[in-house]
Design a protein around this ligand. Structure first.
Ligand code: ZN
Ligand code: ZN
Length: 256
């Protein structure tokens, strides 16, 4: 399984994009840095996008990629929970803010919204996808994504702590997980549904207790301004747990 990180952060700047990665060149996860990081030709390779929740940093490029596809007469599938699909239709592609690409062209709409249910295993673009509820706003889910060879990644999307229930449903070789904030922001992280390095450490201990192993960890969704400190704090967690923790970066490529 080839994983290309397009955006690794919770915000955008000249050198950071909002969370997005592409699996095996055709399956996009999140749409925070989808259009700004891919050429038009690369965008056309994308068959489907899966979204974890409806915050803007995760959905912002759905209208943008829809416009590019519309002009070329192409179409794209967007998978998420009903709540997320409805937010995009009601608040972004609602004719007022942007065209309703889910309705045009009439005979072959550019965007097809396909609803998935938590714990409902789906087969999307050659990958098996298991949506698992996490601890963030509304009906946020993470996704366990497996290819035909059994290579498996679990991406939490944005999440706060207390993921024991989640761990019972997944068995990834690679865990891509939200570490947005430094340890000094732990209260704020709990309130807003995010993790710090210390909170990650507790979640990894819980994972190991429940599953009997630790996967490789890729931290993502960092606040760019806090990143140097987050990196130091994650290095301490890696040492404490003898874990392999990497910090995601724009344009990083991984193979599992
Ligand atoms: Zn986010
Ligand atoms: Zn969020």
């Amino acid at each position: 399984m080839d994983i290309r990180i397009l955006g690794a952060h919770n915000g955008e700047s000249a050198n950071s994009s909002c969370v997005t990665f592409v699996i095996d060149g055709t399956l996009a996860v999140e749409a925070g840095g989808l259009t700004s990081r891919l050429s038009i030709e690369e965008q056309r390779q994308i068959d489907a996008v899966i979204l974890t929740h409806h915050h803007l940093d995760h959905i912002r490029d759905i209208p943008a990629i829809a416009l590019n596809f519309f002009r070329q007469g192409a179409s794209i599938d967007v998978y998420s929970t009903a709540q997320v699909c409805d937010v995009i239709k009601d608040h972004l592609m609602n004719k007022a803010v942007y065209p309703e690409f889910q309705n045009i062209p009439e005979n072959k709409p550019t965007v097809s919204f396909l609803e998935i249910e938590p714990y409902g295993l789906a087969w999307i673009d050659g990958h098996s996808i298991l949506p698992v509820p996490v601890n963030h706003t509304g009906a946020a889910v993470g996704y366990q994504i497996s290819d035909k060879q059994g290579k498996t990644v679990f991406y939490t999307g944005d999440t706060g702590p207390d993921l024991a229930e989640c761990w019972r449903h997944v068995s990834p070789q690679l865990l891509i997980i939200d570490v947005s904030l430094t340890n000094s922001f732990e209260d704020f992280a709990r309130q807003t549904g995010h993790l710090t390095a210390n909170l990650l450490e507790r979640e990894l201990i819980s994972f190991r207790e429940i599953k009997g192993y630790l996967p490789e960890v890729l931290a993502i969704h960092m606040d760019a301004a806090l990143e140097p400190e987050i990196r130091e704090e994650l290095a301490a967690v890696a040492e404490n747990l003898h874990a392999r923790i990497t910090v995601a970066q724009e344009d990083m490529r991984l193979t599992i």
